[in-house]
Design a protein around this ligand. Structure first.
Ligand SMILES: [Ca+2]
Length: 377
């Protein structure tokens, strides 16, 4: 677990994904100077993460694709390697082929606002037959999941059919909207929500905020869910941002902490992950500790998560870096950072069919994709 000086960031001064405010940058600069003195006095003790990259055992940057994207949130891949991207505020679905982004369509019903908008994407596990693309988005009154056929014309151009509502009623707010969706190895749809600025929702097993939900592809509570005929799979989450399974089928999750304690969690069905009672890994009975804690949200503010060859890849918004975390069974090793500060805020990371790892930026100046080669196992 990481041990770093907590940032001590004042509460309520920044948006959920920890975009800095000018005043806070000045405060931070003073704190950083003070911390530097403290660190020098302490001879930099503790197992602070490596700054990377470490040649030979880290991800290798193959290319940067200048795709002129605007705040892309999620990327998934068709079997032929075509990337399908959501843009949060434009509400557009775009395809990426041969290093070019092309608009597929405008996703109907999206009402962007704050951190809400067109968020997570997932392809149906039976996409080859049904061509269904699932999307989590912020609508007028709630967050919801719809699915749409990804039509393909004779010339190969992609278009959107008419969306069909799958699941609705997830609370929305300016921040803490969650938004990641992913089909698990069991064929069910996992949906990560946020507490929508109502922290107590996370502890209420009858509320949809602050949860991981597990649904059938049609949006019903999946059979075998831990609390009976409800969609809730795990609870006590603040703002779920990333979902990924390891090779043994364990579900891992990345989550924004409040002013401190960003988290990587190993998810157990029915588990209570603490928010808002506890964060991080305090060892309090009744709450499941995070496997990795980033005490300073300036280092992380994690969003997308992918697991390849036993390594978890976590991209950081405010932290502006790619974290790698070695996983072994149900334990997580010491995180190592790559690309730190070189490409700005990073939103999603996803494995392509050719084995490359794609990272989406979140800078809007404009946004791009990085294509990386994962390290050898
Ligand atoms: Ca927690």
């Amino acid at each position: 677990m990481l041990r770093r000086p907590a940032s001590g960031r004042p509460a309520g001064t920044a948006a959920e994904d920890h975009r800095d405010l000018d005043a806070w940058v000045m405060v931070r600069a003073k704190i950083a100077a003070a911390c530097l003195v403290v660190l020098l006095l302490a001879a930099c003790t503790g197992n602070a993460p490596g700054a990377g990259p470490s040649p030979g055992n880290g991800p290798e940057l193959l290319r940067k694709l200048d795709l002129n994207l605007a705040l892309p949130w999620s990327i998934v891949f068709l079997g032929d390697g075509t990337g399908i991207v959501s843009e949060r505020d434009t509400k557009l679905i775009k395809s990426i082929r041969d290093g070019q982004a092309t608009t597929v369509g405008d996703f109907p019903g999206v009402v962007p606002g704050g951190e809400g908008g067109l968020l997570g994407l997932a392809l149906s596990p039976t996409f080859a037959r049904d061509r269904l693309l699932y999307a989590y988005f912020t609508a007028a009154s709630d967050n919801r999941v719809s699915r749409v056929r990804l039509e393909q014309a004779g010339d190969g151009r992609l278009g959107l059919g008419t969306p069909e509502l799958v699941f609705s009623g997830i609370p929305k707010a300016a921040t803490h909207n969650g938004g990641r969706i992913r089909f698990g190895p069991d064929g069910f749809l996992y949906v990560g929500t946020g507490d929508a600025q109502q922290p107590e929702q996370a502890q209420d097993r009858n509320a949809l905020g602050g949860k991981i939900l597990r649904l059938t592809p049609d949006g019903k509570p999946a059979p075998g869910n831990p609390f009976g005929n409800t969609p809730v799979y795990s609870y006590g989450h603040r703002n779920v941002q990333g979902l990924a399974w390891d090779a043994s089928g364990r579900l891992w999750e990345s989550e924004f902490g409040p002013d401190v304690n960003d988290e990587l969690n190993l998810i157990e069905p029915g588990g209570n992950y603490g928010w808002p009672r506890v964060t991080g890994a305090p060892g309090r009975p009744g709450y499941i500790d995070a496997k990795v804690v980033w005490p300073s949200t300036a280092d992380a503010s994690p969003s997308g998560l992918e697991i390849v060859n036993g390594t978890a890849f976590v991209v950081a918004l405010r932290g502006q870096r790619l974290w790698t975390v070695p996983l072994s069974g149900d334990t997580a090793g010491t995180p190592v950072a790559y690309l730190t500060g070189r490409y700005g805020r990073l939103r999603d990371v996803s494995l392509a069919p050719d084995g490359t790892l794609w990272v989406l930026s979140n800078n809007e100046n404009p946004d791009f994709a990085l294509v990386l080669k994962p390290p050898h196992p």
